[in-house]
Ligand binder design. Structure first.
Ligand code: CO8
Length: 255
C-alpha cells in the first residue's frame, strides 16, 4: 500500500509512501486515498494531516507514465475520479491540513488545495506545470487555485507553469504558514489553534464559507443564517456561552 494511515495524537495522518517516484499519484493510489478518507471519516480524529514520504516531495502530481496511451474517454473518467476523490477530502467531517514537505506539482498541488489548510517547509515548491506537458490541470486545479490566489495569479501559474517557492506561496495566500523543524510536529502545533473547538461548529464554519463562495453576498448570508442558527442549537454553543459567563474554559463535546 502506498497510502498509509496512522495516528499522531488527536490527528489522523495520511502519508503518500512512494518516495522513489516523488509520491506521484497513479489511479490505484487515488483508489487507496478514497479508502483512506473513508477510514478517517469514521474515526475520532479531530484533524487530518496529509504528507509525502521522504524529504524531497509532497507529491509530484499525476503519474505521467500512466497517463500516456489512454483513450480520450478513459482520460475524462480519470479526471472525474481525481476530482471526486479530492472533493471527498474537502467534505470530510474534520478539517484537513496538507503538510507540503517538498515539491507539490500538478495533482499534488491539487490534493493540497482540496485540504482546508496548507503549511509548507521553506524548501517547498508549488506549481501546476501541466501546460509544459501540453495538458491543463484536471483534478480541480483550475477551480481551486483562483479561489485561493485570485484570477490573475492563478492564470499566470496555470498558463506559464511557473512554480512558486514557499515565501511567495504564503504571500499570495496559497499556503497558510511556512514551517520549520519536524513538519508533522509543526503541523500539529498549527492544528491545535482549532482542534480544541467544537467539531460540528468548525464544520458549519467551513460549509458557510465554501458553499457561499460563488454566490452573491445576499444569497451567501442566507446560508450563513441557517448554519449559524444550527450552531446555536448545539449543546456546545450553550457550553461555550456558559463558560464565558462563568469565566472558565469551555468543555466542548461535539454535540
Ligand atoms: N509521474 C511519474 N513519475 C514521476 C513524476 C510524475 N509526476 N514526477 C517524478 N517522477 C519520477 C521520475 O520519473 C523519476 O523516476 P526515475 O528515477 O525512475 O526516472 C523520479 O520520480 C525522480 O524524479 P526526477 O529524477 O525527475 O527528480 P528531480 O529532482 O530531477 O526533479 C521534479 C523533480 C522537478 C519534480 C520532476 O520530477 C518533475 O518535473 N516531475 C513532474 C512534475 C509534473 O509535471 N507534474 C504534473 C503531472 S500532470 C498532473 O498532475 C495532472 C494531469 C491531468 C490529469 C487528468 C487526467 C487524468
Amino acid at each position: 500500500m502506498v497510502v498509509q494511515v496512522s495516528r499522531r495524537e488527536e490527528a489522523a495522518l495520511i502519508t503518500l509512501n512512494r518516495a522513489q517516484a516523488l509520491n506521484a499519484l497513479s489511479f490505484a493510489i487515488l483508489d487507496e486515498l478514497d479508502a483512506a478518507f473513508d477510514e478517517v471519516a469514521s474515526s475520532d480524529a479531530r484533524v487530518l494531516l496529509i504528507t509525502g514520504a521522504g524529504d524531497k516531495a509532497f507529491c509530484a502530481g499525476a503519474d505521467i507514465k500512466e497517463l500516456r496511451n489512454r483513450d480520450t474517454l478513459s482520460q475524462k473518467r480519470g479526471a472525474e475520479k481525481g476530482q471526486a476523490v479530492f472533493s471527498r477530502l474537502t467534505a470530510l467531517p474534520m478539517p484537513s491540513v496538507a503538510v507540503i514537505n517538498g515539491y507539490a506539482f500538478g495533482g499534488g498541488l491539487e490534493l493540497a488545495m482540496a485540504c482546508t489548510f496548507r503549511v509548507a517547509t521553506a524548501n517547498a515548491r508549488m506549481g501546476l506545470p501541466e501546460i509544459k506537458l501540453g495538458l491543463i490541470p484536471g483534478y480541480g486545479g483550475t477551480q481551486r487555485l483562483p479561489r485561493l490566489v485570485g484570477e490573475a495569479r492563478a492564470l499566470e501559474m496555470i498558463m506559464t507553469g511557473r512554480a512558486v517557492k514557499s515565501d511567495e506561496a504564503e504571500r499570495i495566500g496559497l499556503i497558510n504558514r511556512i514551517i520549520d523543524g519536524d513538519p508533522i510536529e509543526k503541523a500539529l502545533i498549527f492544528s491545535r489553534e482549532f482542534t480544541g473547538y467544537s467539531l460540528p461548529a468548525l464544520g458549519f464554519a467551513r460549509s458557510a464559507v465554501m458553499r457561499a463562495l460563488d454566490l452573491p453576498v445576499a444569497e451567501g448570508v442566507k446560508i450563513e443564517a441557517d448554519l449559524s442558527t444550527l450552531a446555536f442549537g448545539m449543546k456546545d454553543a450553550e457550553e461555550g456561552m456558559a463558560a464565558f459567563e462563568d469565566k472558565r474554559k469551555p468543555e466542548f463535546r461535539d454535540e
